[in-house]
Design a protein. Structure first.
Length: 288
């Protein structure tokens, strides 16, 4: 990525994160007020979730300011790994929030307290769900535009938050008809969904951060290389996963391979075959 494109991308991400901070803070304050007013653990747990999202946006913004100093032209993999590391940190934050919900819900289940349903608060919560759905489409648009792993995490978190708020609405509505700790049950369900989603995000982030490529793809790549006349034995290959989750395999070629008549054609053939069959981009380097 050119330096100018990198600067433009960082400016776009900064604006998106600033919007995310403002929206999540507004949602946090609104839901916290409602949760405390009606004495609902499910609602104020949802509020804390929005606070965590706001802090995640703030952390991402600060992290972006630091990584913006890294020139992608000179250190292309550093910025990618920094973004993947941030994605991992954000996923861990989501997991911690999920566990905190579970604790609060279990506590409320063991020691239930009355909840005061009010229709005006129901409509306000419905509006907050619509805001989260809009944020999902907002993040998805810019995640595709910038190929940012961080925005992809926030995109997934936003659509999950939308369904969490819908679940909160159902719980809030049922409290006026059911003489049971339904609030705690729905809160526990929310925490399980958050933890499952966070676990998947952590798995994806670790896979990219550690450059873990599926064994089937690696074996097929080695098989294609070993069958090529350019190599007398299976070569050393270094795998790298960039910010867009594209896999690049750097293959070391012996200097003597340049003497072969079909050197260029064979490199092109291997590159096309590998991309078609495994989705991995090949990159050749020469050594003496």
């Amino acid at each position: 990525m050119k330096a100018g494109d990198c600067v433009k991308k960082n400016k776009t991400l900064s604006v998106v994160l600033a919007v995310g901070i403002a929206c999540n803070l507004a949602l946090f304050l609104t839901k916290l007020y409602i949760g405390l007013s009606v004495n609902s653990v499910c609602i104020w747990s949802d509020a804390i979730n929005n606070l965590a999202d706001s802090l995640s946006c703030g952390l991402s913004f600060a992290f972006l300011c630091v990584t913006a100093r890294v020139s992608r032209d000179r250190l292309p993999f550093v910025a990618d790994k920094a973004q993947q590391l941030l994605s991992f940190v954000l996923a861990v934050v989501v997991m911690i929030v999920g566990f905190s919900f579970a604790y609060s819900s279990l506590e409320r289940f063991l020691y239930p307290t009355p909840i005061w349903f009010q229709m005006k608060f129901f409509y306000v919560l419905l509006a907050t769900a619509a805001v989260k759905l809009a944020m999902f489409f907002f993040y998805r648009f810019y995640a595709r535009k910038t190929a940012s792993g961080v925005l992809r995490v926030m995109q997934q978190d936003s659509i999950l938050d939308f369904f969490i708020t819908l679940t909160t609405l159902i719980s809030f509505a049922l409290t006026q008809y059911v003489d049971f700790a339904v609030d705690a049950v729905f809160g526990l369900l929310i925490s399980i969904l958050i933890c499952i989603n966070a676990g998947k995000m952590i798995r994806d982030a670790v896979t990219a951060l550690l450059n873990i490529v599926p064994k089937s793809k690696r074996d097929r790549l080695y098989e294609m290389l070993s069958e090529s006349p350019l190599f007398s034995s299976v070569p050393d290959v270094r795998f790298d996963i960039d910010e867009e989750n594209d896999v690049t395999a750097t293959v070391a070629l012996p200097q003597c391979a340049l003497k072969q008549a079909l050197f260029a054609k064979e490199c092109v053939r291997l590159t096309e075959q590998c991309l078609q069959q495994t989705g991995i981009k090949l990159c050749f380097v020469l050594y003496v």
